[in-house]
Design a protein around this ligand. Structure first.
Ligand code: ZN
Length: 354
């Protein structure tokens, strides 16, 4: 895979420091680093929209970046459409006879493809049993319906294209959904596999509200110590949740080994999109070589590693630099998501010529 340039988020003379793990401070950070661009985009969104196709390896942070972007501009202006979520939503509709009927009715009017509607319904029901991916023509009809439901908004589409042959479909997708004159662009994410690996290996989730955290990279404000197991554990600190003990999902401890094939095909797809002509490309890079970091980014924009220890029976938390090898074997840091979002905002403003 071709390396993307490291985006410079460091601004000469702007040396205020932010704690990006604090949502209030993160808000101030966005204004400090990209206030002008945010204002331009807000004005743009008053009358206009665009379509962005998000492409990155599994667990690259697509959902996180979109969530932060959306909360800056509002869910009335920006929608995140995940193909995976849409397809899972159909599973639920299938279980309800009246919803199933409405779905089939929509497909009768809007689906056109190589398989009969009966075959399509069957493959939706057999999904996840090792069967091949659902036909693209069916996915397109489902997406069209989802977008009609959400109204005319700026779209971040996650999961199309998913295969090489779907790249061409995405080039004409805006016509299909009636967004004829709206600009579209590809948002490509580069991330080192070692970063995905550690995100998975140390990941824990709340059994109640499903909030994901990480022992090493994103701890909660409440940490306990299990004397019997001699292990630290995180307690959910999501407001409104009951402080549940977060747990490891089975298989996560194996890291990227279980998703190796997927990472390879995702990488090929990004390469393909990178070589496209005629469509703007927003290049987001998560890893920053240590040698380039000082010049291009601020220290607080780098993801720290949390170190947990026990002092007088109390849990103590400290941080240190988290350094991993990138895919070329070069010592690198991983950017905090907010810094990646700042680079995204600035590149989008440029692509739209605002
Ligand atoms: Zn929770």
């Amino acid at each position: 895979m071709q390396n993307f340039p490291v985006f410079r988020t460091k601004i000469p003379g702007k040396d205020k420091v932010f704690d990006l793990s604090d949502p209030k401070q993160a808000e101030g950070y966005f204004q400090y680093k990209a206030g002008n661009e945010i204002a331009k985009l807000k004005k743009y969104f008053e009358e206009n929209t665009f379509i962005a196709y998000l492409m990155g390896k599994k667990n690259a942070g697509k959902g996180t970046y979109t969530k932060q972007f959306t909360s800056l501009f509002g869910t009335d202006k920006v929608a995140h459409i995940s193909v995976g979520d849409v397809v899972r939503g159909v599973d639920e509709e299938m279980a309800d006879p009246s919803k199933k009927e409405a779905l089939i009715d929509y497909l009768k009017k809007n689906y056109r493809g190589f398989f009969s509607l009966e075959e399509i319904i069957k493959s939706q029901e057999d999904r996840g049993t090792g069967k091949p991916l659902l036909p693209t023509e069916y996915i397109l009809a489902l997406l069209k319906r989802e977008i009609e439901k959400s109204g005319h908004k700026t779209l971040f589409i996650d999961g199309l294209p998913r295969t090489l042959d779907q790249v061409s479909y995405s080039l004409f997708f805006r016509e299909l959904i009636g967004y004829r004159d709206d600009p579209d662009m590809f948002v490509l994410i580069q991330i080192a596999e070692s970063i995905i690996d550690e995100r998975l290996k140390y990941r824990v989730v709340c059994p109640k509200c499903h909030t994901p955290r990480n022992y090493k990279l994103l701890v909660t404000s409440r940490i306990g110590y299990d004397k019997e197991q001699k292990k630290f554990y995180l307690k959910c600190d999501n407001p409104g949740c009951g402080g549940e003990r977060m747990v490891t999902k089975e298989g996560d401890e194996l890291g990227i080994e279980t998703i190796r094939d997927r990472l390879v095909s995702d990488g090929e797809l990004i390469d393909q999109a990178f070589s496209l002509y005629g469509v703007p490309k927003i290049l987001l890079r998560n890893d920053v070589p240590v040698a380039e970091a000082k010049e291009k980014v601020d220290g607080y924009e780098l993801t720290p590693e949390f170190v947990l220890s026990l002092e007088n029976e109390k849990v103590a938390v400290s941080t240190k630099s988290w350094i991993v090898k990138n895919d070329e074997g070069i010592d690198s840091y991983s950017l905090m998501p907010q810094a990646v979002v700042v680079s995204m905002i600035k590149q989008i403003v440029e692509a739209l010529e605002l």
